[in-house]
Design a protein around this ligand. Structure first.
Ligand code: GLC
Length: 627
């Protein structure tokens, strides 16, 4: 009989042990469990407060460890220029991201937050990062495989700063160059934009062949989650006015602006960002038919849908006029994560009360949170929430700079080369007695990178590390060739000097978003007078640094050779490589070059098509040996 209590105690101990073990084991924390089970398990444990926190994305400016913890914030971003000081090291970025992450990891369920950044042409907000040509230049390369490699390099440089999520690529089909974001678009031709979605497997990795269509994918910790943006019709607005109305039949919307989304989804894109613009008068942020109906139900997109910055506010005009309505319309339309980004308590309180009062069903919240958690599990965020310094070496690496240089070479489009094919000016002789280099963009890294570089609007000057076109020319010519740089020479100066020839580099100042909207598309002063002053007295090559075609017809007769270099980024050496014939010109126009702005919009395939240079135009040259 004395054995009975011992057995009883034994059973009791065993039961307690099982209970403790069970309490510690959580399916969602077990990486061996399938993602669907982990999502279900975690969702089942979450309160409404925790769920709404997951749907909330805030900017770094208003974030802190305490805020992350207190409001269960699911995601944060560093919007253009909102980061550590402009010259901060990648280590500083990592420390910053990890700091906020610690706040999220100290919550009850320890759900890591997802940090995102606009890596739209490389990890372009970060000092010393490799800045690749903006998308319009990549469109000119017609080389999706190159663009894929750029995606892979960008992923490494984003991870180098401890960030797992990029708000790229922009797959807009810009149909009017007056749009300030036209350079973020690969082309006016949907076929080219579709091909360039190869950047997605570059960023995220190649999706396995047997994957289910629409399921988000990431190949590992050297890759980043991508965003196809801005869904849909952002590049089709009337007169190219940013965030405006795209007037198009459903057929044209599906034919022009939608196709690249099919490709992105098939390639496993993890997130899709909604456009500020409207389609036939309906704000995309409130378009339930196209977000829930088409994207989620018809295309079976299984990643999450994110709003644009204050995208809900802008559902009403003026913005934020009726935020309660905006939340109902936006979340109701099917947006899963809201880039709030500052006034997060207003959003959290508003959405909570709308759910509690049955204006927004719990099933909608669960759909959003499921998608967000699915993405977080997919990218391994629960297993690797904190970054270490092992990838900082990738930021601005020589290999990536070589890749950017290759991209610059391939993006250049030669529009004119001498009076005739028998008298070409390009390739320029490396050996000459004296060459004039002129223009506002010849020795200016900030100007050659354009917008979305360090700051949101970009900035002229020495903003980051790279090679200016002037330095590149100096690196390339024969050692005995004298280079004279004069940014803005007067006519007398050019006349009184005996130059062998001149290279003029002019163009648009950096800009982004609505600030780039422009109805006249002229080259700003003193660009035109530099062209006129120099070309009147000496043989000249004009290199245009612009995000789009600009008014050039009035000067064309004076110009001996004309090159569209778009916004090449930090590796200006690529320009000299081609001007002096080490490589040939291979780029072709990704856009129609108009004669006068009153022809706009004018796109390839239009009935009335009378361009200065048609879509696809570009003179091809052979490399020369021993120049
Ligand atoms: C912007 C842009 C979008 C960007 C976001 C975050 O306003 O429209 O492309 O990803 O804000 O910076």
């Amino acid at each position: 009989m004395a054995e009975a209590p011992a057995v009883f105690i034994g059973i009791l101990v065993l039961c307690c042990w099982i209970a403790v073990a069970n309490a510690e084991y959580k399916i969602y924390q077990d990486p061996k469990q399938p993602i669907s089970k982990r999502v279900k398990d975690l969702l089942g444990r979450m309160t409404l407060e925790e769920k709404i926190g997951q749907m909330t994305q805030i900017d770094r400016l208003v974030a802190s460890e305490e805020v992350m913890k207190k409001y269960y914030i699911g995601s944060m971003l560093s919007a253009g220029g909102s980061g550590p000081p402009p010259t901060a090291s990648p280590q500083t970025w990592i420390d910053m991201v990890n700091g906020y992450q610690k706040g999220s990891l100290s919550t009850r369920l320890k759900i890591p937050m997802l940090f995102g950044i606009d890596a739209v042409h490389g990890n372009s907000a970060v000092y010393r990062a490799t800045i690749f040509p903006h998308n319009v230049g990549l469109g000119a390369t017609r080389d999706p495989e190159l663009v894929k490699r750029i995606g892979a390099a960008t992923a490494l440089e984003v991870r180098a700063t401890g960030i797992p999520y990029a708000f790229a690529p922009c797959i807009a089909v810009c149909r009017d160059p007056r749009w300030g974001r036209c350079y973020e678009s690969y082309s006016e031709d949907p076929k080219i934009v579709r091909a360039m979605t190869e950047i997605i497997p570059g960023l995220q990795g190649d999706i396995p062949a047997n994957s289910r269509k629409g399921v988000p994918f990431l190949a590992g910790q050297q890759k980043v989650l991508a965003t196809a943006k801005h869904y849909v019709g952002d590049g089709g607005t009337t007169k190219g006015i940013n965030e405006n109305n795209t007037v198009a039949s459903r057929h044209d919307l599906l034919r022009i602006h939608m196709p690249a989304y099919y490709d992105s989804i098939i390639k496993g894109v993890g997130t899709i960002m909604i456009s500020y613009s409207s389609w036939n008068g309906v704000k995309m942020h409130a378009n339930r038919d196209l977000i829930t109906g088409f994207l989620k139900n018809t295309l079976r997109f299984r990643g999450f849908v994110i709003s644009d910055w204050q995208g809900l506010d802008r559902i009403t005009s003026p913005p934020h006029a009726n935020y309660t309505y905006s939340i109902i319309a936006g979340v109701g339309a099917g947006i899963d994560m809201i880039m709030v980004p500052y006034n997060y308590t207003e959003f959290i309180d508003g959405l909570t009360s709308l759910v509690k009062n049955n204006f927004i069903p719990m099933s909608r919240i669960d759909d959003a949170v499921k998608r967000i958690l699915r993405v977080k599990f997919t990218i391994g965020l629960f297993e690797h929430p904190l970054a270490d310094y092992s990838m900082t070496k990738y930021l601005g690496s020589q290999e990536h700079r070589e890749l950017a240089r290759e991209a610059v070479r391939k993006s250049l489009v030669l529009l004119k080369n001498g009076e005739s094919a028998n008298k070409p000016l390009i390739p320029l002789p490396k050996k000459a007695s004296k060459i004039l280099v002129a223009g506002t963009h010849a020795d200016n890294i900030g100007n050659q990178c354009g917008g979305w570089t360090i700051q949101l609007q970009g900035q002229p000057g020495n903003v980051t590390v790279g090679t200016t076109i002037l330095t590149a020319i100096r690196n390339t010519v024969h050692p005995e060739t004298k280079i004279v740089f004069n940014e803005n020479p007067h006519p007398g100066y050019v006349k009184s000097n005996e130059f062998s020839y001149a290279i003029i580099v002019v163009g648009e100042p950096p800009y982004s978003l609505t600030f780039g909207d422009n109805t006249n598309l002229t080259i700003p002063d003193p660009g035109p007078s530099i062209i006129t002053n120099v070309c009147a007295s000496v043989k000249c090559v004009v290199v245009l640094i612009t995000g789009r075609p600009v008014v050039i017809q009035p000067y064309l007769a004076q110009i001996d050779a004309l090159v569209a270099a778009w916004l090449p980024g930090t590796e200006g050496q690529g320009v000299a490589d081609v001007l002096f014939g080490d490589y040939g010109f291979t780029g072709t126009l990704p856009r129609t070059w108009f004669k006068t702005v009153d022809q706009l919009p004018m796109n390839v395939g239009d009935q009335h098509y009378d361009p200065l240079f048609p879509f696809g135009y570009g003179l091809i040259t052979e490399p020369v040996r021993g120049n």
